[in-house]
Design a protein around this ligand. Structure first.
Ligand code: PEP
Ligand code: MN
Length: 261
């Protein structure tokens, strides 16, 4: 497996590229605990949701911008880089001001071209990577369109995250992977790093290993895995988060074909 252009620049000690961290930034202590644990696994980039676009009202919608103060403290205490989700142009401005290292657009945002365009305008020319999750529905064109809007805004380090697709039918997974859709995305943008999000595909921690392995077998460039010190008591996505110890085991068992580093 060859490392895609900007991923090689976005220094990492692990290959494939791993982003690990909690679904939501819950407290300064939680962030620091996970940052130290994932760093000990050789992971250089941590995720943490500051704003959480929830499907139903009255769910935990994130701690909002106060979490940037916590992130700043953790960045001072460790060498970890942070990734967070942006769902509006204002989120982009706040995240850039907070010197977040990587941004992603969530599945509920990718479905809306006007919002994606507003985000793209706010991102114009940024040097940090921007990853675009697939839309919640199995619609390749919406995913392509969102990626094109980000590229057209002059962002050079663009990537895609496959987090599975909603389906009316009950399935083994929380979100159906429909692996052929991201593979057609790859054929249209051969240099675009493709990262799997086994946590949101699986929805249950016991299935994360098999989804991660499938992604590796299909030549994905990386994985984003929700990791929490106390998953059962997480404020969002409790069933699918893993402890840092389970993440370490998962990575040890992962078979990566022909890794180049
Ligand atoms: C998340 O990453 O926690 C999230 C809400 O993801 P998605 O946009 O894939 O549902
Ligand atoms: Mn989540």
């Amino acid at each position: 497996m060859e490392i895609k252009p900007w991923l090689a620049d976005f220094s990492q000690s692990k290959h494939p590229f791993i982003v690990a961290g909690p679904c939501s930034a819950e407290s300064p202590e939680q962030l620091l605990t996970i940052a130290k644990a994932v760093q000990a696994l050789g992971i250089t980039t941590m995720r943490a949701g500051v704003w959480k676009p929830r499907t139903r009202p009255d769910s935990f919608e994130g701690n909002g911008s106060v979490a940037f103060q916590w992130i700043a403290e953790v960045k001072k205490a460790t060498a970890i880089r942070f990734a967070t989700e942006v769902a509006t142009a204002d989120h982009v401005e706040q995240a850039l001001k907070a010197e977040i290292d990587l941004l992603w657009i969530g599945a509920r945002t990718t479905v809306n071209p006007f919002t994606v365009q507003e985000i793209a305008d706010a991102l114009r020319g940024v040097k940090i990577p921007v990853l675009v999750k697939n839309p919640i529905n199995p619609e390749l064109a919406l995913w392509l369109g969102a990626i094109e809007r980000i590229y057209k805004a002059g962002v050079e380090k663009v990537g895609a995250i496959h987090r599975g697709f909603s389906s009316y039918q009950k399935s083994r997974y929380r979100n159906q992977p429909y692996w052929q859709i991201p593979l057609s995305l790859k054929s249209q943008f051969p240099d675009l790093p493709l990262i799997a999000d086994p946590s949101h595909i699986a929805g249950t921690r016991s299935l994360i290993q098999e989804v991660s392995q499938k992604a590796m077998d299909l030549g994905y460039d990386g994985l984003m895995i929700e990791t929490h010190p106390d998953p059962d008591n997480a404020l969002s996505d409790a069933r699918q988060q893993v402890t840092p110890a389970s993440l370490g085991k998962l990575l040890e068992e992962l078979r990566v074909s022909n890794p180049s580093s």
